[in-house]
Design a protein around this ligand. Sequence first.
Ligand code: BES
Ligand code: ZN
Length: 654
Amino acid sequence: MRRSKAALLGTIGALVFTACSNVETAKESGATPVSASAVDIPVDTSVREALFVDPHSYSTEEAKVNSLHWEAEVDFDAEVIRATANWTLEEGHGDTVIFDSKALDISSVAVDGEQVDFELSGPDELLGSALAVPVSPSAKEVSITYATTEHAEALQWYPRELTQGKRQPFLFTQSQAILARTWVPCQDRPGVRFTYTAKVKVPKETLALMSASNPSVKNEEGIYEFSMPQPIPSYLLALGVGDLEFIAIGERSGVYAEPEMVRNAAFEFAQTEDMIIKAESLYGPYYWGRYDMLVLPPSFPFGGMENPRLTFLTPTVVVGDRSLVSLIAHELAHSWSGNLVTNATWNDFWINEGFTVYFEMRIMELLYGADYADMLEALSYDDLQQGLVDMLENDPEATRLKQDLAGRNPDDGVNVIAYDKGFHFLKLCENTLGRDRWDAFLKSYFDRYKFKTMVTEVFLGELAKEMTAEEWQKIGVEQWVYGKGLPANCPPAISNRFVQVDEGVKMMLGVDPDAANAKELVYLDQKTTLRWSTHEWLRYIRGLQAGGATVGHYALADANYGFSGSPNPEVIAAWYTAVLSTDYRGYDEAIFRNKVNSFLRSVGRRKFIVPMYESMLAGDEQRQTWAKQVYMEARASYHPLAQQTLDKIFEDYL
Ligand code: BES
Ligand code: ZN
């Protein structure tokens, strides 16, 4: 089957038309094929523009902001931020500027220093309220004075008792995807970029940090100034305040953490500078100046968040052996895929995450070798396969790379599709074009689109120019991007280092755990297992779970390898999730229950606690009751985002 490139590009045009339900007539008239030299796809401007329309923001294309000066005071006693957001406008705006806001207490709005009457639309549960400000055509500045409320979903106020040092409280923000509007009134969509400066007052015993240039020590006044000269989208606005210390670990990088944690963190992330150099060698210069990291309290709902110049991290990766630093590679990679070339709307989220997982794997390969990266890729493949089973049953539409999230929470798109299907698609592109051609293409892509937004269709246009018609066909690009499920030509996961692990799993599952010599039969000698990293152990545990191990098998495995005593939260969470899916009673019940309880009360990382609760809820009534009890106790210490996810899961059981 050979088709001309023009025909292929016509196909993309047609796909774009089908993707936009509001321009159906265009489809009948037939999409004009664009020439191979045109970057912009499709040719029809109205269709093109429709792709950039963001269903998650009230702001308009006609009146955009271009910079922010934020003055704020953080009041830990009242758990409120009082602030003024001073926005400068882009020239040529109309007579109304619209901002997104949610759960904000807005007291006044001024245009070029003059107070004006503003309008706040009735709140939408998901999107919040549109703040409409009347402006004259020559207006330059809009200042909004406001305070946050207890309903600010982006904020977690963390009490001092729960911090490591128990001296000072902690505050951190999480703006992605559409929560910046709960602490700063803004045009809250990735398609609008702005530079910013800020002046923030905090208690003088604490240090304030932002996704900007940062201080490294506390000062007497507790007043800090920040500047972010590169334009960023609102979801990358970030603030962290706490009893923090800084340790430099390289030319351009360092860690901030509580004093109790900061040395361990500096050791754990010591390879960061090397990662930056490796990343630059792949896809071009790092544009953000410094790359520092902030270690947050364990309630941080994610592994990491790529806030520019200051990645936010879960403390659960500080395990002492640097075995979980692929997370740093991931967040660092976002400095290109995401922060530099940004998904235009959350429908194109795979443009951020799929590329970032791909880039992460490439950095890890350079740092640790292909065998190591193969393990990470195999785990990604497993996640994908496992996630797909559930999604194809419950929401098959959601298995397309290009999403339609209008009316839905963009959080719904945070799943294996954007990350792991996205990664495997790009990996297949690499395999098909060969590494040299593919890398040259990506490098030039990041360069040409830096500080710009990207929709799937424009990326496909770029890809179509790079590939021959045969290559395009062979990959089945359209099928990958717009089709459901996983195409049959998905590159298989092959990991040499997992061969041994899988044999160990087989051996275990083939044994009757009650047999007298079972323990010896399944024992893998230390010559083998001492060389295993966290990834081998994860594969082992997941292998047992997927193979239907019984509580007896788990008890054997624990006796041999001491999983339940592991200091590594990643291993522990996988272990609990697996054991909880069995009739765990009979396996050191009281001790086990206590450990699970204390883990769930102290860690709020969604990736860990959601599968654990799900395992419990899938069990008998006694386990369900247990799950509800712990959740009720632990809920208050979780981040609003984790609460939201879990409330939804528990809804069916209450
Ligand atoms: N940007 C994401 C986290 C995110 C996505 C927050 C969408 C809110 C909405 C971050 O880069 C990420 O992907 N984190 C992963 C890391 C992992 C894939 C290495 C996480 O936290 O698990
Ligand atoms: Zn990411």
